[in-house]
Design a protein around this ligand. Sequence first.
Ligand code: MG
Length: 228
Amino acid sequence: MTVSASPTTHPVRVILWDIDKTLLLSDKRVNLFDNAFEELFGHPRPDDATISKGGKVDGQIAREYLALENSDDFDGYMRALNRISVEYYTRNPLSCVPGVPATLRATLDAGVINGLYTGNTPERASVKLTTAGIAPDEYFNGFAHGAAFCQGYSGNRLDGVPAVLAAFDPADVLIAGDTPRDYALAQAVGCRFWQVGETPIDDAAGIRVGRGHDFTGADGEGFLAALR
Ligand SMILES: [Mg+2]
């Protein structure tokens, strides 16, 4: 854990959380995008057509799957993906990144707005969080404050940036994420960044205020300290 918060910054008032690998230990064993493809087209994805999902929003991945069939049935694909996801995560809940529930509670107690900025659809974000034990109603007051930016139907993760800037002063905002795409999002918003995990991220803009493996022990304390 390293913390390098500048003493001149003022307290964080809004945290926008990435979901996969930031809040949740996401499961790579199952590919629900494959399942949605098979449901829509009646046959499995061709073995020679591999589609990488890393760093992409749900809608980007969906369009790549649809292109395999020259299909433009985006709504049909997303309906299948949402329905399959609700069924799957209800039966196979994900786990939180260690320390997440207590950390979310501490930030709420400190008066912070906890929102989301994710490449998931609202439907998938909601079922993943709820079945992992961090119900949006209970832990993410951002849903009531216009701070739920679920970019799953868009074509690019940065599409929601204007909405963030319309709602909040970037100086009040911190984005918590685990990938260079999350870092690029914080750069585009012009806010501070907290890194979860060990993925190499070049802090060229000097906006990373710290990082931790998870939110337990010194890592969790460092995160809360970086908000003040
Ligand atoms: Mg992530």
